[in-house]
Design a binder for this molecule. Structure first.
Ligand SMILES: *[C@@H]1O[C@H](CO)[C@@H](O)[C@H](O)[C@H]1NC(C)=O
Ligand SMILES: *[C@@H]1O[C@H](CO)[C@@H](O)[C@H](O)[C@H]1NC(C)=O
Ligand SMILES: *[C@@H]1O[C@H](CO)[C@@H](O)[C@H](O)[C@H]1NC(C)=O
Length: 395
């Protein structure tokens, strides 16, 4: 099995939207979006601060297992996951503001002749699947769209709107370089992944003019399980290996700085930009490859979250908060607002595909999926938050 297939089948995860006032306060005067955000008191709110409430009056999800934009492994209805009704009865309620459910007709009307792009790893793809399935309700002529390097997407002809995902798991360009047979084999290295820290991946380098809204992420691939010592990431700048070589964490920071710089320089000023934070994983009792499981039937309690996720407790799911910290550092002082879905998603240990993956041997081979999310499910709440933020800006 190729490294790629393996990696893409693996999983991590998570969720809410946050604006770091302190981060972009100084820039409010330069950006249409942030200006409106500041001036409109009803919208000046932290969507990520709140709680999940069981709400029997919550309307059914906009879509079911028949949506043509599903990815099989996340189509939990089709895969007969337990508790799907319950999973979708929880409603995220921000403490200080009202979170509206998306109105797909209104949203597509507002974004007529515009395009929305996601760039990053499979957690952004998970987000996109929910978004496409919801928007399709307002335009059943929606067609699959995979142009301009997109991995998955849809065109909504009634509104002339395209919404698509560009797969670029590290954001920067990287490629596999097989070890030469003449090289010594003492270190056990089979080859390297060369990462050009200053070059965006081909999948999105040419698309920044096409989209009116762009949602970036990276982080879930930056681990030694995906890039072990035998097949490590090796970082290059200006075409030369960086010396001394960087470890994963330093490499992550350098890539973030370079990608943020590129976005600031190359993406048109009036494009709405968001950087979504990490999706938390919920492996309980071990890592994904150590029988870690997520067979929960309700969300975690607020007082359990630190134990699960605070890096100082050194649990298996600590990466999300650790990486978020680095991402916030890299974005400080830029005009790219954070989309903080982490905290709200941390609660939802109950909402992953877990063992319901739609393939007979998937669990014995890959372990449970406690990283991605069932759709319909938690990503629908991500969509509500993203859409509310876009509407604040365009509306
Ligand atoms: C928003 O709320 C979340 C969750 O309580 C918190 O982690 C975050 O720091 C808050 N953000 C701001 C900008 O206050
Ligand atoms: C559709 O939208 C694009 C911008 O994304 C625009 O260039 C084009 O003219 C629009 N087409 C129609 C028929 O309005
Ligand atoms: C996972 O569970 C199986 C079956 O219970 C067991 O045989 C195996 O040793 C476990 N693996 C780990 C890494 O704990």
């Amino acid at each position: 099995m190729s490294h790629h297939t393996k990696l893409s089948s693996l999983i991590f995860l998570s969720v809410v939207f946050l604006f770091l006032f302190s981060t972009f306060l100084p820039l409010y005067t330069t950006n249409r979006f942030t200006k409106k955000f500041l001036l409109s008191p009803s919208s000046a709110c932290n969507f990520s601060n709140g709680n999940w409430v069981l709400d029997s009056t919550k309307p059914d999800p906009f879509y079911d297992d028949t949506c043509p934009f599903h990815r099989n492994a996340w189509n939990c209805l089709k895969n007969k996951r337990d508790n799907m009704g319950l999973i979708n009865s929880w409603k995220w309620i921000p403490r200080d503001c009202k979170l509206e459910r998306i109105d797909p007709w209104r949203f597509l009307g507002l974004t007529r002749n515009k395009n929305v792009g996601f760039v990053g790893d499979s957690l952004n793809e998970n987000f996109l699947v929910s978004f496409l399935c919801i928007l399709r309700v307002a335009d059943d002529g929606a067609k699959k769209w995979k142009k301009k390097g997109a991995w998955r997407g849809a065109y909504f002809p009634k509104f002339n709107v395209t919404v698509a995902y560009h797969r670029a798991v590290l954001l920067a360009r990287y490629k596999w370089i097989q070890k030469q047979s003449t090289d010594s084999n003492q270190d056990g290295v089979k080859g390297i992944y060369r990462v050009d820290v200053d070059i965006p991946a081909d999948e999105w380098i040419g698309i920044t003019d096409f989209y009116d809204v762009l949602v970036f992420n990276t982080g879930h691939w930056w681990g030694y399980d995906k890039f072990p010592n035998e097949t490590p990431l090796v970082f290059y700048r200006h075409g030369e290996p960086i010396r001394p070589p960087l470890g994963l964490s330093d490499g992550f920071q350098v890539v973030l700085e370079n990608m943020v710089h590129y976005i600031q320089k190359e993406v048109p000023k009036n494009t709405l930009k968001f950087w979504r934070l990490q999706s938390p994983r919920h492996f309980y009792g071990g890592e994904w490859n150590q029988n870690g499981s997520c067979l929960f039937d309700k969300p975690l309690e607020e007082n359990q979250l630190d134990l699960w996720f605070d890096p100082s407790n050194n649990g298996v799911n600590k990466e999300a908060r650790r990486l978020n910290h680095l991402i916030k550092e890299a974005l400080r002082g830029t005009d790219i607002p954070l989309l903080d879905l982490t905290h709200l998603s941390e609660f939802r240990a109950d909402a992953h595909p877990a063992i319901w993956l739609g393939k007979k041997d998937a669990v014995s081979i890959w372990g449970q999926d406690c990283m991605h999310w069932c759709v319909p499910g938690v990503p629908d709440a991500w969509v509500d938050i993203l859409v509310q933020l876009i509407c604040i800006s365009l509306g």
